[in-house]
Design a protein around this ligand. Sequence first.
Ligand code: PEP
Ligand code: CO
Length: 452
Amino acid sequence: MADNNWYPNSWKQHSALQQPEWPDKAALEKTSKDLCIYPPLVFAGEVRSLKQHLAKVAKGEAFLLQGGDCAESFNNFSADSIRDKLKVLLQMAIILTKGLNKPVVKVGRIAGQFAKPRSSPMEVVDGVSLPSFRGESVNDPDFSKEARLPDPARLERAYFQSASTLNLLRAMTSGGYADLNQLHEWNLDFVAKSSQGQRYKELADRLSEALQFMKVMGINAANTPAIHEIEYFTSHEALILEYESALTRRDSLTGDFYDCSAHMLWIGERTRQIDGAHVEFLSGVKNPVGVKLGPTATADDILGLCDRLNPNNEPGRLTFICRFGHEKIAEALPTMLRSIDKEGREIIWSCDPMHGNTYSSPSGLKTRSINHILKEINSFFSIHQSEGTIPGGVHFELTGDNVTECVGGSLEVLEEDLKDRYETTCDPRLNAAQSLDIAFLVAETLQKNGKS
Ligand code: PEP
Ligand code: CO
């Protein structure tokens, strides 16, 4: 049932958590007005295509791979960094497609992932207290009074950086860069020598042989688009509602509203209140939506979210992205799965093994251990297997850069190495080698489960 009281700004009647205190309200209004007339970043038709793919994920016929930066940055903005993030996701997708024997739906946390919820509104360093960094579409990560002042001009800059990022991604995914004949090119230099880089190379060798055989049989990139180009989708947390509502457009074909800032949007663990502004806003747009769920989410919470966000029980519309932590998942997930299953709700269950496993290293840097990440993923799959439900996807914070932010993996990042290349402006990300480690493990686990 459509909610007749909804309109793009109806969220303003609800309480909106985690919104910045913009000091210059007139400037915010001006930016919102400008964003309202700027071109949409994505089209409704593309969003519908993603929803169709996700409907297959909901039925276990495809698998969702979502990943990218915790927070995109204005400073680390270059063709190389966009290309390298795409490479890692393409490699992971190849490993998973081959291992699972299912299509993989590729969704980047990119081209719009600029706003961050924070557990504390203030940050204290050496006795100095300043507003927390809330993502570069709001303020600057530098620790100074001026840097931390929210500035609406940043929303506009985030829009243009998203447009430019998306432009390159579209060019690369349709213009030959994602052509399966390029499989070997996606191995990043620093990964190629690692054991997982080698493993990827062997897989790429085998697939190239198969492609060669198909070419001889007359199946090639010129006559088979699936070899030459891929569908790649964008997503981010719909946090700053002024931005999201300003980019909402009515589709001329169907008359429905779409949030045209990205194909898929999600609501974070801190803003998923049933009566809150974020749920209200996303209840009225037709995009596929995700909701992050931590271990404190109750059966009532999640059934309420289904009622509000997916009243027609449409497969592919709603993804629950679970981020419990490796120690809490065994207690939290089974009861949630049962309460949803009992009611026959169409849900994609995806595993975010990052956000429940963050800890402070002895040097004070926030990190995550690959062992904990792998443990949570393993539990996620084995719980689904024993409950007879579908593990639909995975959600990672990762980068193609050779960073040292998470510990462990085949290149053995140690806690004392973290400071070497710790570049994130928010949460610690997997580097490319660690991302491949994890993709191989997921593929193996699902293969094993499928056979048993
Ligand atoms: C995030 O995805 O970066 C994030 C803040 O997640 P969560 O809402 O799960 O804490
Ligand atoms: Co994060």
